[in-house]
Design a protein around this ligand. Structure first.
Ligand code: ADP
Length: 272
């Protein structure tokens, strides 16, 4: 399947009302075939690596990947699978956890802008500024009015990045409540995964409906022409990876970063 067709299946049109219940996290119309997905992933990952090399050589634009999703939705796994082939010099991953005291003393976008990728880089946000309209909204960590203003502020911030040479790709990793249960149980039953289990995740699971609602508002209000959201069916990890890899490859390929022309010709030099 062509990447544009895949993209059209998952992209949220600006201003569109989203009901996550209507988005099947196990939908099989995109990459119905596991074998095909498993072939496409390494191909795209390798192409992303080659394009990143050109992006770095060109040094005039950046790509920002935003990964959002509830606990266990597969943000870490996506980074590992899709960007595995990229050299570590060209990719910068930033995880956004609970803000520190210093971060809280600034506006909520301060730490985010500081982590935006410089020209030539692919930046990956594992969680992002969207936590400030998700967990912060669900747990009432900021006044309602302040949160309400954030959707427009975020859109303006992202527009600023785009107008200054950063392409933004936002992926919401959408899993079902049953799949989350399974993944949390796996973390409990496998001792090598115990470190990943956080009892606090169970509290958030109890607020499942509130989180889904907060995600729906985020998708409606912050899917813009300049930075649309994509809702990625993520119950199957292989499908999630293949979709994100295909879209990232397609978008980077379209950016078409170019090696700069040298100011010299190879014949100008003799190496003794
Ligand atoms: P992860 O759960 O992604 O592996 P961490 O263990 O660092 O990573 O946890 C991140 C936690 O920080 C999540 O519970 C998330 O909701 C929370 N968090 C992120 N950003 C904010 C924020 N701006 N305000 C409050 N909590 C936040």
């Amino acid at each position: 399947m062509d990447w544009r067709t895949i993209d059209a299946c998952v992209r949220v049109d600006p201003g569109k009302t989203v009901k996550l219940a209507d988005h099947d996290p196990g939908r099989g119309d995109v990459f119905p075939d596991k074998k095909e997905a498993e072939k496409r992933l390494p191909f795209c990952a390798e192409e992303i690596n080659k394009l990143q090399d050109r992006l770095w050589a060109e040094r005039s634009r950046a790509l920002l990947i935003v990964l959002q999703g509830i606990d266990t939705s597969g943000k870490d796994g996506t980074v590992r699978s899709v960007f595995n082939a990229c050299g570590p010099l060209g990719v910068q991953v930033t995880g956004f956890g609970r803000p520190t005291e210093v971060e809280l003393a600034h506006d909520y976008l301060w730490r985010v802008h500081g982590a935006a990728p410089k020209k030539g880089m692919i930046g990956i946000f594992n969680r992002s500024h969207y936590e400030d309209v998700l967990v912060v909204k669900v747990h009432g960590l900021a006044p309602e009015k302040a949160i309400e203003q954030r959707y427009d502020q975020i859109n303006a911030f992202e527009k600023h990045l785009v107008e200054n040479g950063t392409t933004i790709l936002k992926f919401m990793l959408h899993i079902s409540k049953d799949e989350q249960k399974q993944r949390l149980e796996d973390r409990l039953s496998d001792s090598s995964k115990h470190w990943k289990f956080n009892p606090g995740d169970l509290d958030d699971r109890k607020r499942w409906d509130d989180f889904q609602k907060a995600y729906e508002i985020m998708l409606r209000r912050c899917s813009t022409e300049h930075a649309p959201w994509r809702v990625i069916p993520s119950d199957k990890k292989w499908r999630r990876n293949a979709i994100i890899a295909a879209i990232t490859h397609g978008v980077l390929d379209e950016m078409n970063p170019a090696y700069p022309d040298p100011t010299w010709k190879p014949g100008d030099f003799t190496i003794e």
